[in-house]
Design a binder for this molecule. Structure first.
Ligand code: GLY
Length: 378
């Protein structure tokens, strides 16, 4: 690693520390999603506690606790996790994103503190996730209700990041069913969501009874045939994580295939990801969140390849992180939200680009990975 890269990552970590100290005081045990006029609001999305991003603030607090050993982060994370447990009894609104909610919170809490309530929450969440498995189609159903109508036979690329909850549950209980479901789902994603050129669709639709593949659906990208960059990022990081948990190199090869496609696209856009890599040139829409997740995925791949292969992935992670930091980082400790320029979906003018807690989480994780301070949550 060059001296300038090391200086950059050390400076980024110091800025993160300053920002998090003040955010901790303001946000406390609220559960934030996006800032409004520079301030986070507690559980602002419909569904309240069940919103898919609700584990990320806890994840940021656990990461800061593990990186700095400061107790105040841990104490607040514990309060957040206790609140978030309420989503399980509420049940309504929970879907496959329960892994995003409970890996950074309850699983991490249990691993770090041995809190048995957290272990119970995490196993409860894993059982709900496993219960969404369609055994004929070999996929985990994504949503129950959505703005797109009947979703009974839908799986989506994002779910790869929910699978670590299932791998954890097998490690924890010795029951192989959880990991088996995760691996079957990952194989279905490999066959039906990712395309041969390394791009992928967002949603694959199956006949819920026969499991027959019906086709791809548009989702959060420009069109069903395009390439939503955050979906690409979930593919890169998710397939690399599937390899971490199974040691099956077919998943690593797929992660590399998806990464190469993304690196080629980033290299022609100054390392700033567009919301969709296959959208019209105008209007220009970026998604910094996709960049942060991609950087984590590139770094995960770099950990799993021989030395002579590492450079491309490390270099791509640095270039992406430095580009999004320069253009989008909000280091002002007096306002909430770190990574501006995140965009939830291509066709959404209701929710303009801003900071979203998941983008902030993965930006933090990527910087901590570079600084060798990351606590492996997934
Ligand atoms: N459900 C994850 C995402 O919107 O990226």
């Amino acid at each position: 690693m060059s001296d300038s890269a090391e200086r950059w990552q050390d400076a980024a970590f110091r800025r993160l520390e300053r920002k998090m100290e003040r955010q901790l005081e303001r946000v406390g045990s609220s559960i934030p999603y996006a800032p409004i006029k520079g301030r986070y609001i507690d559980c602002m999305m419909p569904g309240g506690l069940s919103w898919w991003t609700n584990g990320f603030w806890s994840g940021m607090l656990w990461q800061m606790h593990m990186a700095t050993k400061e107790e105040r982060y841990k104490e607040t994370a514990q309060k957040v996790d206790e609140r978030l447990g309420g989503a399980l009894s509420q049940f309504e609104g929970l879907n496959h994103d329960i892994g995003f909610m409970f890996s950074p919170s309850a699983v991490t809490n249990w691993r770090v503190t041995g809190n048995t309530d957290s272990r119970r929450q995490a196993l409860h969440a894993a059982n709900l996730l496993a219960g969404r498995f369609n055994p004929t189609g070999n996929f985990i159903r994504a949503w129950d209700e959505s703005m797109w109508g009947d979703t009974t036979g839908w799986m989506i690329i994002d779910c790869l990041l929910n699978l670590p909850l299932l791998y954890w549950a097998t490690d924890e209980t010795g029951d192989p069913r959880f990991a088996d479901i995760a691996t079957r789902h990952a194989n279905t994603a490999l066959s039906f969501i990712s395309r041969g050129d390394g791009s992928c669709c967002h949603i694959a639709s199956f006949a819920p009874k026969s499991g027959e593949f019906l086709g791809s659906v548009e989702g959060q990208g420009f069109s069903k045939d395009s390439s939503w960059s955050r979906g690409q990022a979930w593919a890169v990081y998710g397939f690399a994580l599937a390899c971490r948990h199974t040691e099956d190199t077919a998943f690593l090869d797929k992660a590399k295939n998806c990464a190469h496609y993304c690196i080629a696209n980033l290299a022609i856009s100054d390392w700033l990801p567009f919301v969709d890599f296959r959208a019209p040139k105008e209007p220009v829409k970026h998604d910094s969140g996709a960049g942060a997740i991609l950087a984590c995925g590139f770094l995960e791949i770099a950990e799993r390849v021989p030395d002579l292969e590492k450079r491309m992935y490390l270099d791509a992670a640095y270039k992406t992180l430095q580009a999004i930091e320069k253009k989008f980082a909000n280091w002002d400790p007096e306002t909430d939200g770190i990574l501006r320029g995140a965009t939830t979906m291509y066709h959404n003018d209701r929710m303009p680009s801003d900071s979203f807690i998941y983008g902030d989480y993965f930006f933090m994780e990527a910087i901590l990975r570079l600084c060798d301070k990351n606590y492996m949550i997934w």
